[in-house]
Design a protein around this ligand. Sequence first.
Ligand code: ADP
Ligand code: MG
Ligand code: MG
Length: 200
Amino acid sequence: MRDAEFFRRWLEAAAAAVEREADRLTELDSPIGDADHGANLLRGFTAVRAALAGADPATAPGALLQLAGRTLISTVGGASGPLYGTLLRRTGKELGDAPEVEDTALHQALEAGVGAVSQLGGAAPGDKTMLDALVPGVAALGTSYAAAGAAAEAGALATVPIVARKGRASYLGERSVGHQDPGATSSALLLAALADTAEG
Ligand code: ADP
Ligand code: MG
Ligand code: MG
């Protein structure tokens, strides 16, 4: 069973990973975007840290994820803010108000969260977006947290040869080939943080 402390540690690990990798995420967003992905997420996750620190210690897992999601939506200007915000809000909503969550329930909730991201952005795997990491990563939760982290990382690397069909990178058409998608890269960080929190 995973309690609220587990979700706080996951979000904290995600914030630390974003802080560590912000420059690289922004560099990846330079050739196929507007060079702000790392800065966007750094602003968002810094605000998430503050929101979590201010939240009642008794806040349940689902409410913590919804708070983090709302915070990302209100602080990140780019496309990634509403998309990651929707991922966390929808996942948190699925968890309801239970004080502890089974791994299978978390897996199902994340599947719903990823579905909401796909619905909001109209993208699917193969479009060179965060979904190229999120979809295989969350699917691999059926195996293990470590498998999810590895599948998300593989999905992010596999965006390199893809022609972008969604987001800013799609404006480049064929010229988006040869570059790793920044959002898929940050999604791999979020799932690696989950794996580290669950198994570390
Ligand atoms: P912006 O493009 O507004 O500057 P960011 O740079 O923060 O926003 O985020 C860009 C990332 O958002 C892309 O690398 C991609 O992974 C993701 N993204 C953009 N549009 C979509 C979409 N429609 N569906 C899913 N992910 C998307
Ligand atoms: Mg950008
Ligand atoms: Mg931008």
